[in-house]
Write a protein that binds this ligand. Structure first.
Ligand code: ATP
Ligand code: BTN
Length: 244
């Protein structure tokens, strides 16, 4: 059951729409759009959001446990999306730490979790996902990394309404599970879906670059990197992972 669904053809950002209305929304409220004029990724980067071909979806969630529990959230959401797409017949969808979905080593979808709230109080989360379904080649020309569409991963492409409905239900269920049980039940599932498991990667941290072999995540949601110093956990939003 969906408590509250806003379908808006043209919007600045579905995340911003919900963030502006946090006090008036029930947990699970959703906003979807056809086109975003200011779709965004992490750290102010742009999310290309052309008309008609993709899915731009955000969900509001009130997390009683507060901000600290929000740490593992984009990981859990990645698992939810990958499993939901799998259930609709997409094969070979993978996750990339901390917030992307990949197909055949190319970016298929991005997750952006934003939040407001006071320390020691419930956290108001907005979980946004941008999923490329059938973005024309020329629309994505300015994207500097490899990207792909869901059409590539499906023999029969599900309809956009079915996709949205399945993703919304799976997301709400997953967030409920995460609130009850924490990250523990997701670690194995995440590692099984990891696009870079046991592969050489580099982590970009501002001017600093660290290379190693990706060994999945630990129970904090940190990325485990095998380096000359052994297995080192990396955590925090300012890190970008790249394949070597
Ligand atoms: P990180 O590994 O830090 O997440 P990232 O380069 O993937 O790095 P994000 O902020 O997660 O950065 O995502 C934004 C980036 O995604 C943009 O800078 C652009 O390179 C790429 N991008 C933008 N729109 C799309 C899209 N529709 N499909 C695929 N990739 C996109
Ligand atoms: C990323 O890879 O950095 C995350 C991209 C998230 C894009 C989605 S599209 C729906 C929602 N609204 C936004 O402005 N961003 C997210």
């Amino acid at each position: 059951a969906c408590a509250d669904l806003s379908v808006i053809p043209v919007i600045d950002s579905t995340n911003q729409y919900l963030l502006d209305r946090v006090g008036q929304l029930p947990s699970g409220a959703v906003c979807v759009a056809e086109y975003q004029q200011a779709g965004r990724g992490r750290r102010g980067r742009q999310w290309l959001s052309p008309f008609g071909s993709n899915l731009y979806l955000s969900m509001y969630w009130r997390l009683e446990a507060g901000m600290a529990a929000a740490m593992g959230l984009s990981l859990v959401v990645g698992v939810a999306i990958a499993e939901a797409l799998q259930s609709l017949g997409a094969d070979g969808i993978r996750v990339k730490w901390p917030n992307d979905l990949y197909y055949q080593d190319k970016k298929l979808a991005g997750i952006l979790v934003e939040m407001t709230g006071q320390a020691g109080d419930a956290a108001h989360l907005v979980i946004g996902m941008g999923l490329n379904i059938a973005m024309p080649e020329q629309e994505g020309e300015s994207i500097e990394q490899g990207w792909t569409n869901l059409t590539q991963a499906c023999d029969t492409l599900p309809g956009r309404n079915q996709l949205a409905a399945t993703l919304i239900a799976k997301l709400a269920q997953t967030l409920t599970d995460y609130e009850e049980k924490g990250l523990d039940g997701f670690i194995e599932r995440w590692n099984r879906l990891d696009n870079f498991l046991n592969r050489p990667v580099k982590l970009l941290m501002g001017p600093r670059v660290v290379e190693g072999i990706a060994r999945g995540i630990n129970n904090q949601g940190a990325l485990l990197l095998e380096t000359e110093e052994g297995l080192v956990p990396y955590i925090g939003g300012e890190i970008s992972l790249r394949g070597c």
